[in-house]
Design a binder for this molecule. Sequence first.
Ligand SMILES: Cc1cc2nc3c(=O)[nH]c(=O)nc-3n(C[C@H](O)[C@H](O)[C@H](O)COP(=O)(O)OP(=O)(O)OC[C@H]3O[C@@H](n4cnc5c(N)ncnc54)[C@H](O)[C@@H]3O)c2cc1C
Ligand code: SF4
Length: 483
Amino acid sequence: MLRDDLYGFRRFTRREPHKQPVAQRIRHWHEYLRPLPEIQLEQQADRCMDCATPGCHRYCPVHNLIPEWNGLVFNADWRRAYSQLESTNNFPEFTGRLCPAPCEDACTLALGDRPVTIKAIELAIAEHAWHRGWVMPRRAPQRRHQAVVVIGSGPAGLACAQQLVRVGYRVTVLEKSDRVGGLLRYGIPDFRLEKSVLDRRLNQLRAEGVVFVTDVHAGADTQADRWLAAADAVVLACGVEQPRDIEVAGRGLSGIGFAVPYLTAQNRRNAGDRVPGGQVESAQGRDVVVIGGGDTGHDCVGTAIRQGATSVTQLQYHEQPPWHADILHYWPEPAPVLRRADTDEEGARRLWGWDTAAFQGHNGRVRQVVLRRLRWWRDAQGNWQKQAFDEPPRLLPAQLVLLAMGYAHPVHAGLVDGLGLALTGRGTVRAGDQDFRTSAKGVFACGDMRRGQSLVVWAIREGRQCARAVDRYLSGYSELPYV
Ligand SMILES: Cc1cc2nc3c(=O)[nH]c(=O)nc-3n(C[C@H](O)[C@H](O)[C@H](O)COP(=O)(O)OP(=O)(O)OC[C@H]3O[C@@H](n4cnc5c(N)ncnc54)[C@H](O)[C@@H]3O)c2cc1C
Ligand code: SF4
């Protein structure tokens, strides 16, 4: 890092991107984070101490070269910063918006101060590159004859396809939806990732030679068979689409539904599609209860607020984590403290330590959720145990209930069963950590489908690593990076 001194953290305090005020941002579907001005970003990069053993780099799943690009940003050399960034991360504009940033938890500065704003700097480098025209298609110098079919167009499938097309394979991505992008397209709301950001990246992949075929459901319709028959290798990147359900009295009432179809419907409306009201309901004028925390739960809350819900309550099964913890005890792992979500500011209420006992309704439609308060403690082995308090249940009015309790495993019917793939104990597709091979010859798996429900940055890492494994399988060696 070309810097005279490494004490920028004494001169500058941490700054984060500005958020549009709540009253304004809940009136539209666009992104609401406003990047820091260039001069402030350079100052923020100067806070990096260029540690000898950078925890940020190690804890970033794609091992971004964080101290290197911080030094380049400090010197206003944005172009070289981008070439460093794209060498490890195919889609930094996605991670710069969506990543929970484990790198910042592992930043040494976090021990006595607040960490470097790594995620904001990553996003700024990526956006600089897009706006200045540095993100160009990288076409392979030579084409190979082998064909690879990638099934699923989420971040894992896209990263895998891009790596393979850049070394010359003929790559076709099959997608069962009508649009490409997986959960980036139909899941994550536009106020966190505008779809124009995804589309410009897809145009780059197309220009590099990736062919996308939508409305083809591999394993369910025969259309896919002709691509699969002609493929030298197949990569499964189908995500995890089997949601966790809740089996309590009243579950069959109308007005209770899973999170992703609800979020997808709003993504579609924003894209100009007509979504019949009877299919997926809107939160407008309703008391909404979201069951489950995590990104999916927060996205339901933000969407319901923007749709004009009367009230939104988010239920968490566990007790509220503490506001503070001894960071020395956990570092470089994230400390188990309460992390405020942006949707907490937007008017939603979070209830911690409540179990859903039943749903009650009228005329077949949900009217209220019956809750039992839970007490949690650790047993002698250190495992968490829970018990409901012996007290009358609490009733919460609800005309719309969204289930956001995560995903159990990929859908098995169709593709997975049809190929007779071996599964893990959790129901994910069994494939090696190094070779990404499934139990079927020439078939590989990556992303959430292999790893289980995870993060965009892990999907990118898996896609990159899987591409290398496919390249080694087809050519006997690979010059693609290990991560
Ligand atoms: C609402 C929500 C919000 C999230 N927010 C964040 C966040 O803020 N940050 C973060 O890091 N992570 C977030 N995640 C997690 C993240 O989106 C996933 O970990 C990531 O998208 C997984 O990528 P993937 O490519 O493995 O699968 P997916 O993105 O799920 O893509 C799989 C694709 O495969 C297609 N497909 C499935 N089966 C077939 C078939 N048989 N034939 C053809 N196509 C098929 C699907 O239609 C889909 O397009 C969120 C998840 C959800 C649900
Ligand atoms: S991808 Fe995530 S972990 Fe890696 S540098 Fe970016 S924000 Fe940090």
